[in-house]
Write a protein that binds this ligand. Structure first.
Ligand SMILES: Nc1nc2c(ncn2[C@@H]2O[C@H](COP(=O)(O)OP(=O)(O)O)[C@@H](O)[C@H]2O)c(=O)[nH]1
Ligand SMILES: [Mg+2]
Length: 252
């Protein structure tokens, strides 16, 4: 079993990518399943095989503890780890090749509280990988690119497993795509784009951050995908296959 945790900012395209990867693996005769870990989601573009909402109900929490929508969502996210055993049992019974785990809409509720990292670290699977999604619509300048890179690095520090960084919505950012991919493949090119930023203070700060992130091995090699046209899915599945096969080599 290979567990793929799909993370990213709210609205970045986690759920749609989950549904596309599901179909991708079905079409290639693998056996994938989807796990919805977002207790607050109302509509999903796929029918989850395993669903945290079967165990945690936001409305019950609101009524029982007299909480508002935000408080109950925080409480629900904190409870995800308490349901690990049941979710693990359901997954093990299905025994799939790939487990696509769609995480809560608000990344901070999953990655930056105790429950998410606990779940990731204690979930049993042969291989585990995080996909971190850069929302293509948010990467509009080199400084924004650096700020999302920091978030990606921060998620990696919290979840502590292999991570693949993805840029979604490439169909909506055709004009910017070349620049963004250049920034992601070369720290030097990113620094020279940062040189052209008007605000010298933020340009310098961003350059310092890029240097220390590259030194620390946080190289942002983005894979650009579109969940609308499926452009880039081949590259994403190849990157996933590399991580899965590395895991198998280590086990031999
Ligand atoms: N054009 C385009 N829209 C996308 C893409 N990925 C997601 N979206 C749209 O972005 C919105 C948020 O996507 P969703 O998967 O719900 O994001 P989540 O909050 O991260 O789960 C939805 O309206 C999607 O249809 C993409 O690659 N291209
Ligand atoms: Mg979602």
């Amino acid at each position: 079993m290979n567990a793929i945790f799909i993370t990213g900012t709210a609205g970045s395209g986690k759920s749609l990518l989950t549904s596309r990867l599901l179909q991708w693996y079905v079409d290639r005769k693998s056996f994938p399943i989807s796990v919805n870990l977002d207790p607050g989601v109302v509509n999903l573009p796929y029918k989850p095989d395993v669903d945290v909402r079967d165990y945690i109900d936001i409305n019950t929490l609101m009524e029982t503890y007299d909480l508002g929508p935000n408080g109950s969502l925080i409480m629900a996210s904190d409870m995800i780890a308490t349901r690990l055993d049941e979710i693990q049992d359901e997954v093990n019974n299905l025994n799939p090749d790939y487990i696509l785990i769609d995480t809560p809409g608000q990344i901070e509720l999953f990655a930056f509280r105790a429950s998410g990292p606990y779940f990731v670290s204690n979930f049993q699977s042969d291989n585990k990988v995080t996909l971190f999604i850069y929302d293509g619509m948010l990467v509009s300048s080199p400084i924004n690119f650096v700020s999302i890179g920091l978030l990606a690095s921060s998620v990696r520090l919290r979840l502590k497993i292999a991570q693949i960084n993805i840029l979604t919505k490439r169909d909506l950012i055709v004009d910017k795509l070349r620049d963004i991919l250049k920034w992601s493949s070369s720290a030097l090119s990113l620094e020279s784009s940062l040189d052209n930023e008007k605000d010298a203070e933020y340009s310098l700060l961003s350059k310092d951050l890029v240097r220390s992130m590259s030194k620390g091995g946080f190289h942002q090699n983005l894979i650009a995908v579109s969940s609308m046209t499926l452009n880039g899915m081949v590259n994403l599945s190849a990157a996933l296959a590399r991580i899965v096969s590395q895991g198998e080599e280590i086990k031999d």
